[in-house]
Design a protein around this ligand. Structure first.
Ligand code: ADP
Length: 527
């Protein structure tokens, strides 16, 4: 094409494929619906799992986590990629609610499709959806209930809702206690704000004959004592965290012998021995009885430490060393000369766990970093337990930080749907139709919960609508009995943050997709 001055203007390169108008919109609607339907069957405690297999690799993942499923299936469609982002953002922000968010986008797009079929313009739909979203978020605030971080019974219930339906039923009660204690323990309150740094809770897993979850107010390190002279148990731990080596580099190459008696020390020169002994003595002088070293510890130093009843580990990964220092309230230093009372950490006890080949430093007072040890009899069970604990950790964190929760079992969505319909009537015109469609879309959640539990979806949605029309704002579906019950009394509770994020990002993505009337796909430079 040429402009006024006769210059050639390139509008579209040859390698740009154009999907115009309605076709682009239809394609996005289809993509969102497909993804929504893909993850739908996993929603709720009675949802099914998906087995994800990567061709050409031995990796098999069995999961019902929306973000994991969508991540693994490598979506190509541009609109679908935006839906996958909804799940990813949901996971990053809240750690839960990924399936809900994706199912909601699919439902918003499906309702939009009906409106388009009946001749409503996409910009009117987007306007109605935006009004609907603002109203829904306002209503959500009113439906939420305040809670303090001290209300451990409620926090436990939040953890329980997140874990229900995972194959860890027999230890669920205990696992919930472990999670609540761990998250409450590391939460820091300044003024009115409480924050949780999720990195302060380390989850370690081990295969073992029984399934268990244990909270350790301290750390676990995947290593055991260096010398048989060292004790396997210590009460009243005083630990040093050393980043540098405890050796003279030259000697390391010269001697690879394991020193088991004082005579064998003669392999080292008198001067070397004196230097190495001085290193070990620094710890003795400072009352240290546990040494964690990121680098190597020369054999003579190990021997001297052992002789003095000091427990030592070498080549401790940097991450574990820093974590241990935080949990025990000490500091990482470079060399023994830097030892001072304020860098030495303390713990109630040390136990060498022969069966797990680990060292446990526990009973730390006011531990600001803790460890959860999970055991399970197969890798899949361990993984499932770990995912359940991770989800529960995040929801408890969300509720502690926000100080508020909402009610699950499809109750919030049914109430929103009901109230949004009332609100739509106040708008009138075509926008009313769009808000009504947006309101209807929320019913996909109770409907899917019913469907996945084998109940009649039409009957259940009608029962729920009726209950809400009669003012039972917390009425939801008991997925185990199929009855409509008060979900608050039932203890099916979820973080407000999870619902808020799901509603907001699903609505915004639907609006974004609805406004697209042209898709230009560049096939990459140079093609
Ligand atoms: P998501 O990835 O969206 O969190 P889930 O598979 O965890 O998906 O299902 C969450 C849904 O299941 C929420 O709507 C929640 O209210 C509902 N739910 C959880 N526990 C129960 C229960 N015991 N009874 C009814 N609904 C429940």
């Amino acid at each position: 094409m040429a402009n006024n001055s006769g210059q050639q203007v390139v509008i579209l390169r040859n390698n740009v494929e154009r999907v115009p108008g309605q076709e682009a919109l239809r394609s996005n609607i289809m993509a969102a619906k497909v993804l929504g339907n893909t993850v739908r069957t996993t929603l709720g405690p009675r949802g099914m799992d998906k087995m994800l297999v990567t061709q050409g690799s031995d990796d098999i993942v069995i999961t019902n986590d929306g973000a994991t499923i969508l991540h693994q299936i490598h979506v190509e469609h541009p609109g679908a990629k935006l839906v996958v982002e909804v799940a990813e953002t949901q996971d990053d922000e809240c750690g839960d609610g990924t399936t809900t968010a994706v199912v909601l986008v699919g439902s918003f797009m499906e309702q939009a499709e009906h409106l388009i079929d009946s001749g409503v313009h996409p910009s009117v739909i987007a306007k109605g959806y935006n009004l609907g979203m603002l109203k829904a978020l306002e209503l959500l605030e009113k439906l939420s209930i305040e809670v303090t971080p001290k209300d451990k019974a409620m926090l436990k219930q939040i953890a329980k809702t997140a874990m229900t339906g995972k194959s860890i039923e027999n230890i669920m009660d205990h696992a919930c206690d472990v999670v609540v204690e761990a998250v409450s323990g590391v939460a820091e309150t300044t003024g009115k704000k409480t924050l949780v740094n999720e990195d302060d809770i380390l989850v370690k897993t081990k295969r073992s004959d029984t399934m268990s979850a244990e909270l350790i107010k301290g750390v676990l390190i995947d290593k055991t004592r260096l010398d048989s002279l060292m004790p396997k148990k210590i009460k009243g731990v005083k630990a040093a965290f050393i980043a540098g080596p405890l050796e003279i580099t030259k000697t390391q190459t010269k001697s690879k012998i394991k020193i088991t008696s004082a005579e064998q020390l003669s392999a080292f020169s008198t001067a070397e021995r004196a230097t190495l002994k001085a290193m070990a003595e620094k710890f003795v002088e400072n009352g240290v009885n546990v040494v964690l070293c990121q680098k190597g510890i020369a054999d003579p130093v190990q021997y001297y430490l052992g002789e003095n009843g000091i427990y030592a580990l070498e080549f401790v990964p940097e991450k574990d060393l820093k974590y241990a220092a935080k949990a025990l309230g000490g500091q990482v230093i470079n060399k023994p000369e830097d030892l001072a009372p304020e860098v030495i950490g303390s713990a109630g006890r040390l136990d060498m766990l022969d069966d797990l080949e680990m060292t446990k430093l526990s009973e730390c007072k006011n531990a600001k970093a803790v460890t959860i040890l999970l055991r399970g009899s197969s890798q899949h069970l361990v993984d499932e337990l770990e995912r359940a604990i991770e989800d529960a950790k995040r929801v408890v964190q969300d509720v502690i930080e926000d100080g508020s929760y909402t009610i699950g079992g499809g109750s919030v969505e049914t109430e929103l749907s009901f109230r949004l319909r009332e609100y739509a009537a106040t708008e009138g015109g075509r926008v009313q139709l769009a808000i009504e469609a947006y309101a209807k879309a929320f019913e996909i959640i109770p409907k899917t919960l019913a469907e996945n539990s084998g109940f009649d979806t039409v009957d259940k949605v009608i029962d729920l609508r009726q209950a809400h029309a009669m003012g039972q704002k917390y009425a939801g579906l008991d997925v185990f009995t199929g009855t409509v019950v008060d979900m608050k009394a039932q203890g099916v509770v979820e973080p407000k943050r999870v619902k808020r994020q799901a509603i907001q990002s699903a609505s915004e993505t639907a609006m974004l997709l609805i406004r697209v009337d042209d898709m230009m796909i560049s096939k990459g430079a140079g093609q």
